[in-house]
Design a protein around this ligand. Structure first.
Ligand SMILES: [Fe+2]
Length: 179
């Protein structure tokens, strides 16, 4: 491969590539989690949440592609296996249970907030430590999109009491199915 001469050292490029790969892995996990809840959700808010999560996973799919292609543009290779994503991701899966609709929303808010915190850190690192303003700008845009998605989700549960596990106090957890 011809040498990439865009004003970044090898170390700087490798630094941002690994930040981008971590964000890619977390986005992939969030995509899977969002789809699962899009499929599983029941209750009076079914239609709104089912449709909102479809919009969100379409947006996440676009972002995943953009993250992977930016890794390529910087001369790296994106992670492309489920095992690889799980190894690098900071989000955790919740296999084995199906929370209430409100519980699902609360969990996804937590995940978006985790990603926002990571991205905020990565924006600083990209710009200050790795001298890559392009990646800092790109990640800033992604962070704003997650802030928007988190706000939409938070609006569903605003004003309702939430148990630490994300369940509403009056609701029974559903029987685990289809995990
Ligand atoms: Fe669907």
């Amino acid at each position: 491969m011809p040498r990439i001469n865009i004003g970044l050292s090898e170390e700087q490029r490798q630094g941002v590539i690994s930040l981008l790969n971590q964000d890619l892995a977390d986005s992939y996990l969030l995509l899977v989690k969002t789809k699962k809840y899009h499929w599983d959700v029941v209750g009076p808010q079914f239609r709104s949440l089912h449709e909102l999560w479809e919009e969100h996973y379409e947006k996440l799919t676009e972002n995943i592609d953009a993250l992977a292609e930016r890794v390529r543009a910087l001369g790296g290779y994106p992670i492309g296996t489920m095992e690889g994503f799980l190894n690098v991701a900071t989000l955790r899966e919740h296999a084995g249970d199906v929370p209430s609709a409100t519980g699902m929303v609360a969990r996804l808010v937590e995940d978006h907030e985790q990603i926002i915190r990571n991205l905020r850190e990565h924006v600083d690192q990209s710009g200050e430590q790795f001298h890559d303003q392009g990646t800092a700008d790109f990640l800033t845009g992604l962070m704003e999109e997650h802030e928007d998605m988190a706000w939409m989700l938070r609006s569903f549960i605003e004003g309702q009491a939430i148990e630490p596990d994300g369940r509403q106090p009056t609701e029974e957890a559903q029987t685990p199915v289809g995990v």
